[in-house]
Write a protein that binds this ligand. Structure first.
Ligand code: NAD
Ligand code: MG
Length: 385
């Protein structure tokens, strides 16, 4: 039996995780957390019977508590509740699939409480990798990547521990606007950017994929997870999303992980690591697959990717600024308050005005996040996020 706490259970990754639990009764759900979709959360509670559930907003938590008053479940709220949900149940493993920097503190608390972490929430590593990695070592917590590229890299490294990585080839689909120039991107609307050619995901990461900021965040995530430098990461555009990433070793050998695009594979691999279990679904047919196409990423028209390399090389609090500016800009874009190209422009403007703090602690990271929002609100005259 494996006991799970899931943060973000009503989202894309959270729901796919519960689908895996449905097929594997030995995976027992002990705690759940979500930010919205109370009706869905109620049905998850009735199906999986967790002991502890967090809804971030207090009012929504009260609404849920009334709905499930007939069940022996405790409902909590706020950051305190989220931390408690991540750390206090007797779960062995925390699957963190919230979106954004809200994931940092619960992840830290869960590691301190001796849990392994299956990490989908890449924003946690991007902003606090310098805290998370040493802490995982100190606590003996395993950090198991759920992001498909990082899971692919992790899978390629199995049996190769001790051999140093020459290069990571981080694959990217290029998103729905691959091949377009800036002039053609000016008038992109949220509904255009919310269509991803290969993956069905939450709104924020779908926008991030279209701007290539997702790949930028993943470059930083890979540097932390696999202890490589940014110049050891080569982003390779592979539009069919068949190769999920590759590792080149010192002798020139390249290992790749391939498969049909299905997030349940990396989620299940993280939950059962190092075991592989049957996963229903489409298999690759190499007779149908006549070609796999590769391209260089277009850094001119998609500057979000180049800015991520700059942010990571600068280090300290700069990746937090990159991430916070993007979170701000994506939320404004989805509300139609700023244009599509203003997303990358906001990141650049926020990075340019920032004085880097070296080795920021969690409080400094959160202050940097707030200062970045304030700067962008002043600059673009928008309401508070
Ligand atoms: P989503 O928007 O579909 O779901 C996010 C979940 O987090 C929802 O359940 C939401 O209610 C919850 N949430 C948001 N704010 C919260 C808060 N303050 N407190 C508690 N819960 C909160 O997002 P997603 O696509 O599932 O992505 C989740 C994370 O996984 C992101 O960091 C994303 O980058 C990463 N990821 C997603 C995919 C994918 O295929 N969807 C792939 C790789 C990585
Ligand atoms: Mg990914």
């Amino acid at each position: 039996m494996k006991k799970l706490a899931i943060l973000g259970s009503t989202g894309s990754i959270g729901m796919q995780t519960l689908e895996i639990c449905r097929n594997h009764p030995e995976l027992v759900v002990k705690a759940l957390a979500a930010g919205s979709r109370i009706d869905l959360l109620e049905s998850q509670i009735r199906e999986f019977a967790p002991e502890l559930v967090c809804v971030f907003k207090e009012e929504a938590a009260r609404e849920l508590a009334v709905k499930v008053a007939d069940l022996p479940v405790r409902i909590v709220s706020g950051m305190e509740g989220l931390i408690e949900t991540a750390a206090s149940s007797d779960a062995d493993i925390l699957l963190s699939a919230v979106v954004g920097m809200v994931g940092i503190q619960p992840t830290i608390a869960a590691m301190k409480a001796g849990k392994d972490i299956a990490l989908a929430n890449k924003e946690t590593l991007v902003t606090a990798g310098h805290i998370i990695l040493p802490l995982a070592k100190e606590c003996g917590a395993r950090l198991l990547p759920v992001d498909s590229e990082h899971s692919a890299i992790f899978q390629c490294l199995q049996g190769n521990q001790g051999n140093s990585i020459a290069k990571i080839l981080l694959t990217a689909s290029g998103g729905p606007f691959r091949g377009k120039k800036k002039e053609e991107l000016v008038n992109i609307r949220p509904e255009d950017a919310l269509k991803h050619p290969n993956w069905s995901m939450g709104a924020k990461i779908t926008i991030d994929s279209s701007t290539m900021v997702n790949k930028g965040l993943e470059v930083m995530e890979a540097c932390w997870l696999f202890g490589v430098k940014p110049d050891q990461i080569q982003v390779v555009v592979q539009p069919q999303s068949i190769i999920h990433s590759m590792v080149e070793f010192e002798d020139g050998a390249v290992m790749a992980q391939l498969g049909t695009p299905d997030m349940k594979l990396p989620i299940q691999y993280a939950l059962y690591y190092p075991e592989r279990k049957y996963l229903p679904g489409k298999r690759l047919d190499f007779y149908d697959l006549t070609e796999i196409h590769f391209e260089k990423p277009d850094l001119q028209n998609f500057p979000g990717l180049a800015l991520a390399f700059d942010a990571f090389c600068c280090g300290g609090s700069m990746p937090t600024v990159y991430n916070a500016a993007n979170e701000w800009a994506v939320a404004q874009f989805l509300q139609r308050k700023i244009g599509y190209l203003t997303i990358a422009e906001s990141i650049q403007a926020a990075m340019e005005q920032h004085s880097v703090k070296k080795d920021p602690d969690v409080e400094e990271i959160l202050v940097t996040e707030k200062e970045t929002y304030e700067f962008l609100n002043r600059r673009y005259g928008q309401g508070i996020l």
